[in-house]
Design a protein around this ligand. Structure first.
Ligand code: DQQ
Length: 517
């Protein structure tokens, strides 16, 4: 299609982009689609010094329909440049959508394995790309023609592909009815013909299905991501390897009958045929707000992960806004010595920090207004160091109007049990009664009295990191003045330092729904 024709065909697209840009709740330094709908990160990777982020994308509007693969590239994980849409639903097995998948690490030609959707079901499909990863040719037929035959499945989609001892291996997320979520293992010499090796692991759906249980593993596992990781802050990480005694991690997103619950990480041992789970942990205390994560290892050896920050306002509001869905900031992942999977924002994010504003040190409450500098607290990076004795706590008010009627409260409390409790109270985060404002919380073991907190706000998103733990959520303040920050320690707590950096936006100008080469 010529550029002129493309431009006229998509005359309304610029209106959608303009509408999304006008929304004062749209992120400024987190990755979002030009407008329309975004969900899972897909095909994340680094090739020839360039980072690639593909993603579930509907360029027609902010609803989950006929999903394409959007594509953007970056040299620093922070500034992204749109590339042409990589996958578009076609005539064959992906007629109704190109659902999640991966850019196969080390594939040549570059290869995407994804879930083609047709008539309400998904099958494994494959597309081959050119050197720049801008042009993709999908194969007409699925590479695995049928779901595993045997016990009835709840669903079957999403892929993790790696090379192990000279062969390709693949996991496909699924669930066995009446038993639990699972991942099926396959093997191939050429990425095209695959033999089924059976389930790698089957979870325990535990019967009833308590949607409020933040650790429930669901009846289906979406977006499986499987890798090997050596414990330690700089521990080596790579694809699964049955010859290694290193811990293996299986990240999956627990799903039940259409409800996206939360992402979990299972730690255990891999013997080439099966994965024995020793422990399961929450990936993020925000639950569904850090959903469908996918990670890759970059050329520096870091494991970097993104997740989809779902919306918490109704679909009608998303349609009015012209956009839906953002990525978390890219997170560096590592395993601590207790085999807890940890996360922190990648160091590159700091380049977006504007001049720092420091609040006075001390033990009483403090407001950012006291610093004498006006900060828009809706788009900040903040570091707080606090000494919290047992039963001491700290509250950080964010997105707060000066009269306090709108506010989101992060609370960090040291319990007497050696645990630290994190919570986000969103009950007063907006006056828009249609938004979901249920609280988010979780506890983790931590005995050091000093806690270092990192808080990132970006207009309608909030990410808290401390000691490798994360809590991600969304908020939709309605008041224009809901931009102040307050730090309130309990009497026994002492704030050692508070630094706030207004963040510069990272989005490029003139984005298009159908980016041209
Ligand atoms: N999103 C994709 C699926 C995946 C789900 C469809 C997870 O492939 O299971 O957009 O959010």
């Amino acid at each position: 299609m010529t550029d002129a024709l493309t431009t006229s065909l998509h005359a309304n697209d610029s209106a959608l982009v303009a509408r999304a840009r006008q929304d004062s709740l749209r992120q400024t330094y987190h990755f979002t689609a030009p407008a329309g709908w975004l969900n899972d990160p897909n095909g994340v990777g680094e090739r020839d010094g360039l980072y690639h982020l593909f993603y579930q994308y509907n360029p027609k509007g902010p609803v989950h329909e006929r999903i394409h693969w959007g594509h953007a590239v970056s040299i620093d994980l922070v500034h992204w440049h749109d590339r042409p849409i990589a996958l578009t639903p076609g005539e064959g097995a992906d007629n109704d959508g190109c659902w999640s998948g991966v850019l196969v690490p080390g594939s040549n030609p570059p290869t995407i394995v994804y879930s083609g959707r047709i008539e309400g079901q998904e099958l494994a499909c494959l597309a081959e790309g050119n050197d720049t990863l801008d042009e993709w040719t999908p194969r007409a037929q699925p590479i695995i023609a049928k779901r595993p035959q045997g016990e009835p499945l709840t669903a079957y989609r999403d892929h993790c592909v790696w090379s192990e001892n000279g062969t390709w291996r693949q996991l496909i997320g699924s669930g066995i009815q009446g038993r639990g979520g699972c991942a099926f293992l396959y093997e191939s010499d050429d990425l095209i013909s695959w033999s089924e090796l059976g389930p790698l692991v089957v979870g325990d759906a535990g019967g009833a299905g308590d949607l409020n249980n933040v650790e429930w593993t669901g009846t289906m596992w979406e977006c499986v991501d499987f890798f090997r990781m050596v414990p330690g802050p700089e521990g080596e990480t790579g694809p699964p390897n049955a010859d290694s005694a290193d811990p293996h991690v299986l990240i999956f997103s627990a799903w039940h009958e259409g409800t996206t619950l939360h992402s979990l990480a299972a730690l255990g041992t891999y013997d080439g045929r099966s994965f024995t789970i020793d422990s399961t942990q929450r990936l993020d205390f925000g639950g569904r707000f850090a959903y469908a994560p996918q990670s890759f290892v970059d050329s520096a050896g870091r494991r970097v992960l993104w997740a989809w920050m779902q919306e918490s306002r109704p679909q009608s509001a998303q349609i009015r806004a012209g956009w839906s869905g953002a990525m978390t900031v890219p997170r560096r992942m590592w395993l601590d010595s207790d085999l807890r999977l940890c996360a922190e924002p990648v160091a590159e994010l700091r380049q977006l920090r504007d001049r720092a504003v420091a609040l006075r040190d001390g033990c009483g409450p403090m407001r950012e207004a006291e610093s004498g500098e006006l900060i828009d607290g809706r788009v900040i990076d903040m570091e707080v160091e606090v000494d919290l004795p047992e039963a001491g706590h700290l509250e950080i008010l964010l997105f707060a109007s000066p009269d306090g009627t709108e506010r989101t409260v992060l609370r960090i409390e040291r319990e007497t049990t050696g645990m630290v409790h994190l919570s986000a109270d969103r009950s007063h985060s907006t006056q828009d009664q249609t938004c979901d404002v249920t609280p988010r919380s979780g506890s983790f073991p931590h005995t050091d009295p000093t806690l270092r907190l990192r808080v990132l706000t970006d207009r309608s998103s909030l990410e808290l990191f401390t000691a490798g733990v994360s809590l991600t959520t969304r908020v939709y303040p309605t008041r224009k003045d809901a931009s102040t920050i307050e730090v309130n320690p309990s009497q026994s707590a002492c704030v050692k330092s508070v630094q706030i950096w207004p963040m510069r936006g990272a989005e490029e100008n003139d984005r298009q729904m159908y980016p041209l080469r």
